[in-house]
Design a binder for this molecule. Structure first.
Ligand code: NYM
Length: 212
C-alpha cells in the first residue's frame, strides 16, 4: 500500500573557513556514497553558473564592487533560486552534499560588520539541513595551508572574524570534525556522520525550514 511512500534523501551541508578542506572532503564523500549505491549529488554555494552566481563570482574576483548588503542578498537569492529544485530532488530520494550554505552567508557578511540578525533574515524559510558538518581549523592553521588565494575574504584577519560568527551560529546538532587530523581520518568521520543522517531521513524524519 506504500507504493507512493518513497523514502527521501538528505540535505547535508559542509561548512568551515576557507582552506579547511571542505571541498576535497565533499568530493570524497560523494564518491563513497555513490559506491555505496546512495543516490547523491554534489552541490555548492555560491552556484556560480546562474546569473546571480556570475555576479557573485565577479565580486569575489574583485572584478566588481557591490554594496555589502546588496552582495549579501545576492548570495541569499542564489540559494532561493535553487530552493524548489533542492526540495524536489530530496523528496525524490536524492541526497545533496552541499559545500557551503546559509551559515557561510551569515558568517562572512557579519564578519564585515553587518548586523547578525539582519544577515539571518533572508535565509529564513530555506530548507534546513538534516546535518551540518563543520570543518574546524584555526584561521592561522588554515592560512598556513599553502596560503589563501586571491579572492575577496581570503585574509587572515577577516577569517578570524568569520570563525567567531561561525561559533555563534553553531548549535548542538552540528557535527564538528577536527580539520587538522589526517585526511583519511577526517574522511572516515564524515562518512559515519553522513551515513547515520541518511538512514534517519530514510526512516521518515521530516524536512524542516531554516531558523523557524
Ligand atoms: N561566501 C559563500 C559568502 O560570503 N556568502 C555565502 O553565502 C557563501 C555561500 O564566498 N570565501 C563566501 C565564502 C567564500 C566565497 O566560496 C566563495 P567557495 O566555497 O570558495 O567557492
Amino acid at each position: 500500500d506504500n507504493v507512493h511512500d518513497k523514502s527521501r534523501g538528505s540535505l547535508i551541508v559542509l561548512e568551515g573557513l576557507d582552506r579547511s578542506g571542505k571541498t576535497s572532503q565533499s568530493n570524497r564523500l560523494v564518491s563513497y556514497l555513490k559506491e555505496k549505491g546512495v543516490l547523491v549529488e554534489s552541490w555548492r554555494f555560491p552556484d556560480r553558473t546562474t546569473s546571480t552566481g556570475q555576479m557573485i563570482s565577479a565580486y569575489l574576483a574583485n572584478e566588481s564592487q557591490l554594496d555589502d548588503r546588496a552582495i549579501h542578498l545576492l548570495f541569499s537569492a542564489n540559494r532561493w533560486e535553487k530552493r524548489s529544485l533542492m526540495e524536489s530532488k530530496i523528496m525524490c530520494g536524492t541526497t545533496l552534499i552541499v559545500d557551503r550554505y546559509s551559515y557561510s552567508g551569515v558568517a562572512f557578511s557579519a564578519a564585515k560588520g553587518l548586523d547578525f540578525q539582519w544577515c539571518k533574515a533572508p535565509e529564513v524559510g530555506l530548507i534546513a539541513p538534516d546535518l551540518v558538518i563543520y570543518f574546524d581549523i584555526s584561521p592561522e592553521k588554515a592560512a598556513e595551508r599553502g596560503g589563501y588565494g586571491t579572492e575577496r575574504y581570503e585574509k587572515l584577519e577577516f577569517q578570524k572574524k568569520v570563525a567567531e560568527h561561525y561559533s555563534t551560529l553553531r548549535d548542538a546538532s552540528w557535527k564538528i570534525v577536527d580539520a587538522c587530523l589526517p585526511m583519511d581520518i577526517v574522511e572516515e568521520q564524515v562518512r559515519e556522520f553522513a551515513m547515520a543522517c541518511i538512514l534517519t531521513c530514510q526512516k521518515g524524519k521530516p524536512l524542516n525550514k531554516l531558523w523557524s
